[in-house]
Design a protein around this ligand. Structure first.
Ligand code: ARG
Length: 455
């Protein structure tokens, strides 16, 4: 049994959120200043009071930024901490700030503003990572590697093609974050506790002051809605899923088994007992941290499930997971942008892996198809040819024309010229891995990045 004093400490700590919602101070203060200016403009408070409030809030912001603000857990949250301090500074005028406002629409405003800023940061970091991917594609334009299915060498592809696949994934991630931004970009203040307010307020003015493109249309929805946070968490979960796949490939490719690339020293660490090892810890941690980001999404969906309208205190639990997701994703993107830019590719090893395998089997089948054989039949011929080569422990290129022709007399001299390069070059369709297609894809990607940098 806990002592009564111990229990008191637990109960009073239970409702406190200031240790994490203090991160919303800038948004909270900007929202309050816009609100006070609106109240004065509408004649709801005097302009003297509004000026005192604005001045006091600016000072409080500076105190917080200088680390001089005394946070008080007994005041529970960011709103009460700021308002209380304002009262200490300007006296009774502080009591007029909360006219025509509730903490319910205030917190909805604060988080929406924070999410919009967070998305701006995330989009910039995604852009950096996409830039690094294109950079690697461009500087290793003729590196040929085996493409994989089932982690089995399947067909030769350009390393650049592989990098640009991640460029595409992250492009969709950016689009999802832009959609999340659009849905967060709705100004909820003026909803009051839930029903709207009995004052002649100007909501559009507040929206303009705070850079929102529109105001919410239903006061009950406005205080009860956290979809915009779920949008962020879900876009983040998908983005981390993509990064975890890239992370996994960097782990594999930097191993001695593959040795396709080396991760720069600053993103590896030594083993405590095996001096020869350089472990790809950053890639591994990114892969692992994907779990907590999924956790944030699951927690928020579960938190919101079945909540009756409108505000419920449960919703205070929306923030920690969101902050953690934002911090995790943002750091991961920044690290990957730099790690990808600095990794060194070993094209020779990639090419050897593509050559020392049977990745040209499909090309031989395609050769037979071009000579008129139905694909299914060609597939059977090449399966037998492959088994013959595998049994003798040789590559296709080590077989003689006579050996080839035991499997089909359609195979002529030029079948011996099928190579990883001819295989890549042949895949000259939109979206294919041919050199010309990838050169164009790199150029298109760079144009897209440039447009985004300008936009
Ligand atoms: N700290 C609260 C939250 O984060 C602010 C809103 C509180 N509203 C209320 N009616 N208790 O949700």
């Amino acid at each position: 049994m806990t002592s009564l004093g111990g229990l008191r400490a637990v109960t009073s700590a239970y409702t406190v959120s200031i240790h994490y919602d203090r991160r919303l101070y800038r948004q909270d203060i900007a929202g309050s200043i816009a609100h006070a200016r609106m109240l004065a403009k509408q004649g709801i408070i005097t302009s003297e009071d509004a000026a005192a409030i604005t001045q006091g809030l600016r000072e409080i912001e500076r105190e917080i930024e200088d680390g001089k603000f005394a946070w008080r857990p007994e005041l529970e949250d960011i709103h009460m901490n700021v308002e209380n301090r304002l009262h200490e500074k300007i006296g009774d005028a502080a009591g007029r700030l909360h006219t025509a406002r509730s903490r319910n629409d205030q917190i909805a405003l604060d988080i929406r503003m924070f999410v919009k800023d967070a998305i701006g940061e995330v989009l910039a970091a995604i852009l950096d990572l996409r830039t690094s991917l294109v950079g690697q594609a461009e500087s290793n334009a003729d590196a040929v590697m085996p493409g994989y299915t089932h982690v089995q060498r399947a067909q030769p592809v350009l390393f650049a093609h592989h990098m640009l696949a991640y460029f595409e994934m992250l492009g969709r991630d950016a689009a999802r974050f832009r959609q999340a931004f659009d849905r967060a970009d709705v100004m909820p203040l003026g909803s009051g506790a839930l029903a709207g307010l009995p004052y002649p307020i100007d909501r559009e003015f507040v929206a303009r002051e705070l850079g929102f493109s529109r105001i919410s249309r239903n006061s009950m929805d406005a205080v009860a809605d956290r979809d915009f946070l779920i949008d962020f968490q879900s876009a983040a979960a998908i983005c981390m899923m993509h990064i975890s796949r890239l992370a996994e490939e960097l782990v594999l490719w930097s191993s001695d088994e593959f040795a396709f690339l080396r991760i720069s020293e600053e993103y590896t660490t030594g083993s405590s007992i095996m001096p020869q090892k350089r472990n790809p810890d950053f890639a591994e941690l990114a892969r692992g941290k994907t779990g907590r980001v999924y956790g944030g999404l699951t927690a928020l969906l579960t938190l919101m499930k079945g909540l009756p309208l409108t505000y419920n205190r449960d919703m205070q639990e929306d923030k920690e997971g969101f902050f953690d997701t934002y911090d995790t994703l943002f750091a991961t993107l920044q690290i990957f942008a730099d790690m990808v830019a600095k990794m060194s590719i070993m094209p020779y090893r990639m090419r050897e892996a593509a050559r020392g395998s049977y990745v040209l089997a499909t090309d031989i089948a395609d050769y037979l198809v071009n000579k008129g054989m139905p694909f299914r039949e060609a597939h059977g011929v090449v399966a037998r040819l492959s088994r013959y080569a595998v049994d003798r422990g040789v590559q296709f290129e080590q077989l003689s024309l006579d050996e080839y022709r035991q499997f089909s007399t359609l195979l002529d001299e030029d079948a011996l010229e099928i190579s990883v390069d001819s295989s890549v070059a042949a895949r000259d369709v939109p979206g294919g891995t041919a050199f010309t297609r990838i050169n164009q894809a790199v150029a298109d990607a760079k144009a897209e990045l440039e447009a985004e940098n300008d936009g």
